[in-house]
Design a protein around this ligand. Structure first.
Ligand code: ADP
Ligand code: ADP
Ligand code: ZN
Ligand code: ZN
Length: 751
């Protein structure tokens, strides 16, 4: 067994003949500006080749059913070990996936309750909300139900004949509405609010055998009376909504409310499972508590038979706590977690496994972490390494870089100006080197000497959502405000309240851009129209020809350039379309060129190259916005689905620049940015402020905090122990604040 992973002559994306030896069983951190090629080495070369080689070990029969990974562009790739990628992609969105199911801790609790709870409801599945034996029958284990909104459907002040039924298909005068106005058992002229209990019950549920006479186009006939609630539920709730027209669906949605299931109160479990207790707590109680509290409950278990199971749960829960997620509950749906929280939970799962000799690959694991918690993250990475694994990390945070056994710095710049290894060695050698990263590592932060004056205030008053404790904050307008605090302290919740309360606030977040799989920077920024018209004019054809969304599309991949293969048991894979070789267009379209370039060649240009090439002022303005947000290195045709969270946020920002009087709310805008790129981001934020806007950022990066005009610090801790404002003021005053971890770390960074 070799002690190194060897890469020779790698050329994926922008890599320029990269040759590297990465020590096995060590922690290696990849650094460099965004777009320099870190992901191209780690994800597109090492991880892809490792999976491809793993697939080759299967039989022909299995292999034929697996995705075909293409060999990465490299002369040779040797001595790889199986790779596990722990990235920031959102954790499975479906509502049956919770922190407890994802970490497998829920199944340990189920065993504990089925063996030691009293009274016992049955074998383990009796405590599973994903199994008919344990699920609440009211909500099928979802904890939430969608119900008709009777306050909207019925107006109690009106009579049936006078329009009490407000749901249009059942309204008075319609053929369906006649059932209610014509019923002999209901007074059509009395306000519904004055009905007796029995009349109300008849209106909603009817009675077996009761009839009503209605008039239709075919004459008059007598039919079975169906209660209003029964009918609404039968037609709109017990049926698959996807079978209805978009219009009907929208109409019905307006008359539905979603809420906690009244039967289980959101616990997802049936009555028998909920009644089983250990030390006075049900499994539902355990799922609702914060992890930290659950550890305390399970530690009190003394029964010698239950003890080993409880201890296994405690060990797993402590791993969750150790990475700063002790404020989560096991019942929390994974779809509501941030990318960083999801990544850290995935890590927990791997820490519990006994695999060794693997290569673990992390994408900026410090995202979402307060400097206080970066230390704990480091411990986690070192523990993975010490179990005999190779750990590769793409990271910008100096505290994580400092932990590395080995650092590979990519550069010198982004895109075509990057793609080379500019440094290899220890963190200390890197700090002493003359590379961009090395120079940045030695920098001290300086707090803003003269904060800009606010020109007004935006209030959030008495906020109490999630863990916020009646929080009132005045956000100054016309300046840059940083909202700080450890993970789970309530930052996202607070800024969400700010955006909800002020219509002129625009949240620019890292969520997926809700556009089609064919979207690219060119389509998203509206550049594509101009490009198409330019090609049509110059070649004497139609603009539609140059669209990979319609006439011009390659028939094999339908203009995607890639083919997606979905596999139930693995991550979906994408491979380049063999027909158009990823160029997305039909052959005839590619033959039409302007200045020797096809439309595919134009899409392969970076934003920076396109700025040099095009003269159209509208187009240039849009490209310059990309430049302003630090995305000059993106090509016009790169699928938006390949962008990182930070890049997604910055491209959204690019479409919203050039406003005045707006309130921009950004969530960790430094994500994915090298220390040297942070200066560019700060310049952009300053420009937004200086052109009359308000900027509020949730940030952990101390350069940003120090640069802000105003800081709102939440804490002191996460979850139940957070949700309070512990400091409001200028960064200079923050330096003197006591009892704030943000203040403590800012003092360290500036001294
Ligand atoms: P980093 O990880 O250092 O930010 P990347 O390896 O993601 O850098 O990118 C290096 C270069 O390759 C950039 O110019 C980027 O735009 C380009 N690139 C990355 N992924 C793709 C892709 N799927 N298609 C085309 N170009 C890509
Ligand atoms: P931060 O942004 O500071 O990391 P958040 O505002 O995300 O903190 O979280 C504050 C608290 O609210 C935490 O206890 C978190 O678990 C809880 N919380 C956040 N989002 C949800 C949600 N969708 N459902 C339930 N609890 C949530
Ligand atoms: Zn229920
Ligand atoms: Zn194709």
């Amino acid at each position: 067994m070799s002690e190194f992973i060897s890469i020779t002559g790698a050329r994926e994306n922008n890599l320029q003949d990269v040759t590297l030896r990465i020590p096995k069983g060590r922690l290696t951190v990849f650094t460099g500006v965004s777009g320099s090629g870190k992901s191209s080495v780690v994800f597109d070369t090492i991880a892809v080749e490792s999976r491809r080689q793993l697939n080759e070990t299967f039989t022909w029969f299995v292999r034929n059913r697996l995705p075909k990974y293409e060999r990465p562009h490299a002369e040779s790739l040797e001595d790889l070990s199986p790779a596990i990628v722990v990235d920031q992609r959102p954790v499975g969105g479906h509502s049956r996936s919770t922190v407890g199911t994802m970490t497998d801790i829920h199944s340990v609790l189920r065993v504990l309750f089925s063996r030691h709870g009293t009274p016992c409801a049955g074998g383990a599945t009796a405590y599973s909300f994903n199994d008919p034996a344990g699920m609440c029958p009211g909500c099928d284990g979802l904890g939430r139900t969608v119900r008709p909104d009777w306050d909207r459907i019925l107006d109690p002040a009106r009579s049936l004949a006078g329009g009490a039924v407000r749901f249009p298909p059942f309204a008075a005068g319609t053929w369906q509405g006649q059932a209610y106005t014509n019923s002999a058992e209901l007074d059509p002229d009395r306000p519904v609010g004055d009905f007796t209990e029995a009349e109300r019950a008849f209106l909603m549920r009817g009675r077996p055998g009761s009839k009503v006479t209605v008039n239709g186009s075919g004459g008059t006939w007598t039919t079975e009376y169906e209660g209003l609630a029964d009918r609404f539920e039968r037609l709109y709730l017990k049926r698959d909504l996807s079978g209805m027209s978009e219009k009907t669906r929208d109409l019905v949605r307006g008359f539905l409310v979603e809420g906690r299931c009244p039967e289980c109160g959101g616990a997802r479990l049936n009555a028998a499972a909920r009644a089983t207790l250990i030390d006075g707590h049900s499994i539902a109680d355990c799922s609702a508590m914060e992890v930290t509290d659950l550890i305390a409950v399970l530690r009190r278990i003394e029964d010698p038979v239950a003890l080993p199971i409880a201890a296994a749960a405690v060990a797993a829960l402590e791993r969750v706590e150790a990475i700063g997620l002790g404020y989560l509950s096991l019942g929390r749906e994974t779809s509501s977690l941030s990318g960083g929280e999801g990544q850290r939970l995935k890590t927990v799962r791997h820490l519990g496994s006994s695999l060794t000799g693997m290569t673990y690959i992390f994408d900026e694991p410090s995202v979402g972490l307060h400097p206080r918690d970066v230390g704990r993250l480091g411990d986690l990475l070192l523990r993975l390494r010490d179990k005999g694994n190779t750990v590769l990390v793409v990271e910008h945070d100096p505290d994580v870089i400092a932990l590395a056994d080995h650092v590979v710095d990519m550069g010198p710049r982004a895109g075509a100006d990057g793609g080379r290894v500019v440094f290899e060695g220890t963190p200390a050698q890197l700090a002493a080197s003359d590379t961009l990263t090395g120079r940045c590592l030695g920098r001290r932060t300086a707090v803003r000497a003269e904060p800009r004056e606010a020109d007004g205030r935006l209030w959030v008053k008495g906020a109490g959502r999630h863990n916020l404790r009646d929080v009132t904050v005045a956000f100054p307008t016309g300046v840059l405000t940083a909202v700080t605090g450890v993970a789970g302290s309530g930052k996202s919740t607070l800024v969400a309240e700010l955006t909800a309360a002020h219509p002129d606030a625009v949240a620019v977040d890292q969520s997926a851009i809700g556009v089609s799989a064919r979207s690219t920077p060119a389509t998203y920024l509206g550049i594509m129209d101009t490009v198409r018209k330019h090609f049509a004019r110059e070649t004497g054809t139609e603009p539609g020809f140059f669209s990979f969304n319609s006439a011009g599309a390659c028939g094999t991949c339908e203009g995607r350039g890639v083919i997606h293969t979905d596999l139930a048991f693995m991550d979906p894979v994408t491979t380049t379309c063999h027909d158009c070789e990823g160029r997305r267009f039909r052959e005839e379209v590619l033959r039409l060129t302007v200045d020797g370039r096809s439309v595919a060649d134009v899409l392969a240009m970076t934003a920076g190259q396109a700025l040099d090439y095009f003269a159209d002022p509208g187009l240039r303005r849009r490209l310059r916005a990309l430049h302003d947000v630090g995305l000059t290195y993106l090509t016009l045709g790169q699928p938006l689905s390949t962008l990182s969270g930070g890049e997604r946020q910055r491209i959204k920002l690019a479409t919203r620049l050039h406003r005045t009087g707006a309130v921009y709310v950004l969530d960790e805008p430094t994500t994915g940015l090298h220390m040297s790129d942070v200066d560019g981001l700060l310049a952009l934020l300053d420009r937004l402020v200086d052109t009359g806007n308000t900027v509020v950022v949730v940030e952990h990066n101390l350069d940003v905090v120090a640069h802000a005009d105003w800081v709102v610090d939440l804490g002191p801790d996460g979850g139940r122990d957070g949700g309070r404002v512990i400091f409001e003021g200028t960064p200079r005053d923050l330096l003197a604040a006591r009892g704030s971890s943000t203040a403590e770390h800012l003092r360290r960074a500036t001294s």
